[in-house]
Ligand binder design. Structure first.
Ligand SMILES: [Zn+2]
Length: 258
């Protein structure tokens, strides 16, 4: 992944940083090195927006319906890769059509090596990088996680509403205006995802765009070997990417006209 990110981002970002930090693996109790990647655009700007996604995938499919597969690593097409895919595409756009403010794309490691039920054992990469992020901090952050499900449904994640209500309203209103009815203006469950870890350790108002019903309320491929690209769709990735792109370029226009 280190090489892949470097190839994709080092040339097109205005600043490319890799943070390597050792942590104790919550499940295995040995030391592992996390690699958090920060691609910065317009780094001199004081006004910034951050977008983040975790790039690691869970090394055990502990929710797999087949017992013998529960020690198999998941592919993480949705849980991991989907958010990264949107951000990598966004990086190309930001390079081709630069904004008049700063954008930080943060690709975090170590989100998904936690012990189920143990709060604080997930989101380790975000926790580590929170202490190292350059200042000034972004005005707000948007985390993309599990955004590729072909049966997409986004409720307003509980902590996001609690800590960054205006950002949630902005995103969901924008999605409605663009005709994306999969953004449902109702409060959903609380998820301690990277957005929450970032907020806890930096105070940056942060929201999560996450579709935890993967694919629906009856079945869930989350943390199973079934989290594969055939369960995701380009249309879904495009919906999220379009909302984020609109948000950024509308802000650009607004700031230009000020
Ligand atoms: Zn996960």
């Amino acid at each position: 992944m280190k090489i892949y990110f470097k190839e994709k981002l080092a040339e097109i970002a205005d600043e490319y940083l890799v943070y390597e930090t050792p942590v104790i693996h919550p499940m295995r109790q040995d030391t592992v090195i996390l690699h958090n990647v920060l691609a910065r655009f317009n780094p001199a700007s004081n006004y910034r927006i951050m977008l983040l996604a975790h790039w690691d995938t869970r090394e055990i499919a502990d929710n797999d319906p087949i017992d013998s597969l529960q020690n198999t690593p998941i592919l993480g097409a949705n849980d991991g890769a989907s958010g990264v895919a949107v951000l990598l595409t966004l990086a190309e756009l930001l390079h081709e059509a630069p904004l008049n403010f700063g954008v930080d794309l943060l690709f975090v490691d170590g989100e998904d090596m936690g012990v189920p039920g143990i709060s604080g054992s997930y989101g380790l990469g975000t926790k580590e990088v929170s202490a190292l992020l350059p200042k000034p901090y972004p005005a707000f952050a948007i985390c993309l996680d599990m955004v590729g499900d072909s049966e997409q449904m986004f409720f307003m994640e509980y902590y996001s509403v609690l800590n960054a209500r205006d950002v949630v309203a902005n995103v969901w209103n924008l999605a409605r205006d663009l005709g994306y009815s999969q953004f449902i203006p109702k409060i959903g469950t609380a998820i301690e995802d990277d957005h929450h870890v970032l907020w806890k350790h930096t105070g940056i108002p942060a929201i999560d765009i996450i579709d935890f019903q993967y694919p629906n309320a009856d079945t869930n491929y989350w943390h199973t070997t079934l989290d594969t690209p055939d369960k995701c769709s380009a249309k879904s990735l495009s919906a999220v990417g379009t909302v984020i792109t609109e948000l950024l370029y509308l802000e650009n226009e607004r700031r230009h006209n000020d």
